[in-house]
Design a protein. Structure first.
Length: 87
């Protein structure tokens, strides 16, 4: 049972990281009102907004997606270690 939870945590973390990367790439190439971009943004933006309030822009660069990816990986790793310790 714990092994299934570990696999689930890893999968969800990887999917969220990929969605953040896709969101960044789509922001350069796709219209903000395109249904695909809106769908991805509806998932990613609620996680990015609190980070954007804390992390300021550096010139025209927004580092909040990078911070979110790092936080997702840290949280995923923490949960995996916690679940593995419960075996």
């Amino acid at each position: 049972m714990i092994d299934i939870l570990i696999i689930l945590v890893n999968t969800v973390q990887q999917i969220l990281v990929i969605l953040v990367i896709v969101s960044v790439l789509l922001s350069y190439f796709m219209d903000p009102y395109h249904p695909v971009r809106r769908g991805v943004d509806n998932i990613v933006q609620p996680m990015l907004n609190p980070i954007r309030r804390v992390v300021p822009l550096v010139g025209m660069l927004d580092f909040s997606p990078l911070v979110l990816i790092l936080l997702l990986q840290l949280a995923g790793r923490f949960l995996v270690v916690f679940l593995a310790s419960m075996r």
